[in-house]
Design a protein around this ligand. Sequence first.
Ligand SMILES: NC(=O)c1ccc[n+]([C@@H]2O[C@H](COP(=O)([O-])OP(=O)(O)OC[C@H]3O[C@@H](n4cnc5c(N)ncnc54)[C@H](OP(=O)(O)O)[C@@H]3O)[C@@H](O)[C@H]2O)c1
Length: 326
Amino acid sequence: MHAVVITEPGGPDVLQWTEVEDPVPGAGEVLVDIVASAVNRADLMQRQGLYPPPPGAPPYPGLECSGTVAATGPGVTEWKPGDEVCALLAGGGYAEKVAVPAGQLLPAPHAVSLTAAAAFPETVCTVYSNVFLGARLSPGETLLVHGGASGIGTTAIQLAKNAGATVAVTAGSAEKLDACRELGADITINYRDEDFVQSIMDATGGRGADVILDIMGAAYLARNVDALAADGRIATIGLQGGRKAELDLNKLMRKRGTIMATTLRARPREQKKAIVEAVREHVWPLVEAGKIRPVIYRELPFPEAAEAHRIMEASMNIGKIVLRAQ
Ligand SMILES: NC(=O)c1ccc[n+]([C@@H]2O[C@H](COP(=O)([O-])OP(=O)(O)OC[C@H]3O[C@@H](n4cnc5c(N)ncnc54)[C@H](OP(=O)(O)O)[C@@H]3O)[C@@H](O)[C@H]2O)c1
């Protein structure tokens, strides 16, 4: 098969469409003929040598894919050749084939094309596990999503609106904030010329956000605590603003606040399976009903993966960038 190989750590041009060995599905795994994958910010870090794949994962980038089941390994009974699927991966999505633990597959939704289905697994599983399973966002509560126009943000807005929450977002341009509003965001904050703490406090009558989905890490830690409502929960999933910061625990205690931090890729298979099952039960019906859609900024063929990385590195994308097999 062919895969996008990281020839050495570096810029986008180290991504080369190369002939490599086919994967073989092990016990409990399914071999998928890939139709499409999608770019996640973690792929950029992997390309730079800053985010090595976990042990046992393929060396090629790609945390999600869609396609058709080609074969099943020993012990797999729930999938059969020909099934159209999408999958949460620990790596290897930028390729023509991948072997995936059976518990990380979802049936491809009928409501979107098989290519578009590749844009779902990583963001939907990340948002669902953090905002709903972890931070327990409830109807009537306010969710603040940093980077509302990102792949993660466009998913979080739709899921939270469908759950009856009020959604606030930050983004760095009027165009991105418009896109967030079209997806249902109620409160839009341009972080370049507004103080998001002041803006969220003004918009919530001084209450703050019940849940904050954070991708900035250290740079926003203190201000996220300031922006938090009493009994609020911060779910940190990104470190774009650094990993080390000082925290005023007294402020957090007075608000009875919680800070959680997770990374999906490093979770054990059993946890990924449980998250995928919860997504299938709670999110897939919304997708089939047309209430959640993948927001796709651009589609490119796999050999143009370098261009896809350039687009994301420049933060041009609103939503996801899809890579397709042909
Ligand atoms: N922990 C996990 O399991 C997990 C899983 C998936 C993703 N993630 C993380 O989630 C984040 C988004 O991932 P993605 O793939 O969706 O990436 P993406 O589409 O490239 O989004 C990154 C976003 O960051 C925004 N941003 C940059 N500086 C900002 C600031 N100061 N305040 C608010 N927003 C800012 C950019 O928006 P502007 O152009 O408006 O600046 C951009 O939309 C990444 O940090 C990624 O590592 C974590």
